[in-house]
Design a binder for this molecule. Structure first.
Ligand SMILES: [Ca+2]
Ligand SMILES: [Ca+2]
Ligand SMILES: [Ca+2]
Length: 248
């Protein structure tokens, strides 16, 4: 009887072990563009800052590339149709003067300021003179995260390029000048704690002419080897217990 009792309790014990080692973070991946669209549609429902659909994201600017300061765009700086500001009816989001964070809510490419072609669910950014444009992601829990981001020059008419930075808790861990139809990108893992801030920064590199930039980023929680090993060891121990005849 005791052997069959051990067998019947095995799934329950495996489940409790899985729950013990499973991360407490409810979401495993974030995508800047798609999550921005989720904040924008349907019109009039969300559209808050920080993003009310995916609250890890917020949108703003500051006077320096590094540092943790962030001035959030206000509700008055939000628009569901940016065509009056040189955008497009499907480009929605925030802008304060030339500081722009809009997302293409359509499933087709649309044209923005300076003929910039913005892809489906892609974000378009522009810096204001003397201000760094910031899209911030705030970590929902401790863990190893994969950060994959791309800044793409969309205004090919000229200018002196722009600068992409990834600033974590105020410190830049990545900085790349790009422009003239080129891109900047990062694909790297970072160990983060609860509340750590990851700022994707676009700055002007001289003047702000022709600095319209396409942007998207994916952040993914990387399974920790220690958790996987603990789980494998736990399952192995239970299987050994299951195969061994009970002597009770
Ligand atoms: Ca909207
Ligand atoms: Ca520039
Ligand atoms: Ca450019």
């Amino acid at each position: 009887m005791s052997l069959s009792k051990t067998r019947s309790s095995l799934p329950a014990r495996l489940l409790s072990m899985l729950l013990l080692v499973a991360p407490a973070i409810s979401q495993a991946a974030w995508t800047a563009g798609a999550d921005f669209v989720a904040n924008e549609k349907p019109d009039g429902l969300h559209e808050n800052n920080p993003n009310s659909a995916v609250p890890q994201w917020s949108y703003g600017y500051r006077s320096t590339i590094t540092g943790t300061a962030l001035t959030l765009y206000t509700p008055a700086e939000h628009s569901n149709d940016t065509s009056g500001s040189g955008g497009h009816p499907d480009l929605e989001g925030f802008n304060s003067g030339f500081s722009i964070a809009w997302v293409n809510t359509a499933s087709t490419s649309v044209t923005s300021v300076g003929g910039a072609l913005v892809g489906p669910h892609q974000i378009i950014l522009h810096p204001e003179d003397g201000l760094a444009n910031v899209i911030r992601w705030t970590s929902p829990g401790a863990g190893l995260y994969s950060i994959n981001a791309l800044w793409d020059d969309l205004d090919h008419g000229g200018g002196d390029g722009a600068v992409a930075d990834v600033v974590i808790n105020g410190v830049s861990f990545f900085s790349q000048v790009f422009g003239y139809s080129t891109q900047a990108s990062i694909n790297q893992n970072f160990t983060l704690g609860l509340g750590d801030t990851v700022d994707f920064v676009l700055s002007q590199n001289g003047d702000i002419q022709f600095d319209s930039t396409g942007f998207d980023a994916t952040i993914s929680l990387v399974p920790e080897p220690s958790r996987a090993l603990m789980l494998a060891a736990g399952i192995g121990w239970l299987l050994v217990r299951r195969r061994r005849p009970s002597r009770d």
